[in-house]
Design a binder for this molecule. Structure first.
Ligand SMILES: NC(=O)c1ccc[n+]([C@@H]2O[C@H](COP(=O)([O-])OP(=O)(O)OC[C@H]3O[C@@H](n4cnc5c(N)ncnc54)[C@H](O)[C@@H]3O)[C@@H](O)[C@H]2O)c1
Length: 253
């Protein structure tokens, strides 16, 4: 098992990429803390991990609320004794450009950027004391390329990419590694919400998005989760401050 006994927090672990990451981490022996605003799906994910013999708890929390961000890490330590791995995956999807209002910007920034910074701040306090840790941030291809009417979201993902480098620098003296993954189009509940808004069927979404990749298809959540697992594990012991594209070659074209 690649994460045997490692205490891992996964924000946004109730659905999509976060849930697949939580399931894979559970199967790899990690003690998993799923932190999410969605109580029903979060508890469901915990049940799935336990049913397969894994160890997991759910913490209902909104990462953009500082007291919640702190509570996630406190509950992890209280229940499992420490924090070894943090996966900053939770995000809100304000898919707007010039039509974004000030409230839209506040929401997008407060969850994706400030929420990630807050959870990392409190988790890093424990990791510093341990003199070890691995943090994986979920950014996006949207931090690298322009997409139409998307910049209220893309700006937050680009911020996460840069924050990854800065945080890696500040935490390196404590032997805490920080990396990020940049997924392309992945079939998750977020994609289904987008399809509904854009009046696209799953087949059209796959054809449209897949055409923009070398592999000619959209990705599956577990394909991103495997990359997160790699960066969180000891296999990536000499990797920090960098990014891994998980986009089927989207940004290579
Ligand atoms: N799906 C894609 O195509 C895609 C592409 C690139 C990057 N990403 C990134 O991958 C990550 C996961 O996306 P997904 O597609 O699995 O999304 P999703 O909507 O399927 O899951 C996101 C989860 O985050 C939770 N969440 C949202 N706001 C939260 C908050 N304030 N506090 C705590 N939890 C919160 C949701 O309840 C949900 O369970 C995000 O960071 C997203 O930006 C996704």
């Amino acid at each position: 098992m690649r994460l045997n006994g490692k205490v891992s927090i996964i924000t946004g672990g109730a659905a999509g990429i976060g849930k697949e990451t939580a399931l894979i981490f559970g199967a790899e022996g990690a003690k998993v803390v799923i932190a999410d605003i969605n109580l029903e799906d979060g508890e469901g994910a915990v049940r799935e991990i336990r049913a397969k013999g894994g160890n997991a708890i759910f913490v209902q929390a909104d990462i953009s609320v500082e007291s919640d961000a702190r509570r996630i890490t406190e509950e992890a330590v209280e229940r499992f004794g420490s924090i070894d791995i943090l996966v900053n995956n939770a995000a809100t999807f304000v898919l707007k450009g010039f039509d974004a209002t000030a409230e839209d910007w506040q929401h997008s920034l407060s969850v994706n950027v400030i929420g990630t910074a807050l959870v990392t701040k409190y988790a890093a306090e424990t990791m510093r004391g341990n003199g070890s840790g691995a943090i994986v941030v979920v950014s996006s291809v949207s931090s690298w390329i322009a997409q139409p009417k998307f910049f209220a979201y893309s700006a937050t993902k680009a911020a996460l990419l840069q924050m990854t480098r800065n945080m890696a620098m500040d935490l390196a003296p404590y032997k805490i590694r920080v990396n990020c993954v940049c997924p392309g189009a992945i079939l998750t509940s977020a994609s289904y919400r987008y399809m509904k808004e854009a009046h696209l069927t799953p087949e059209l979404f796959d054809a449209e998005q897949g055409a923009q990749t070398l592999l000619k298809r959209v990705g599956r959540p577990e394909e991103v989760a495997r990359a997160i697992l790699f960066l969180a594990s000891e296999e990536a012991s000499y990797i920090t401050g960098t990014h891994l594209m998980v986009d089927g070659g989207y940004t290579a074209m």
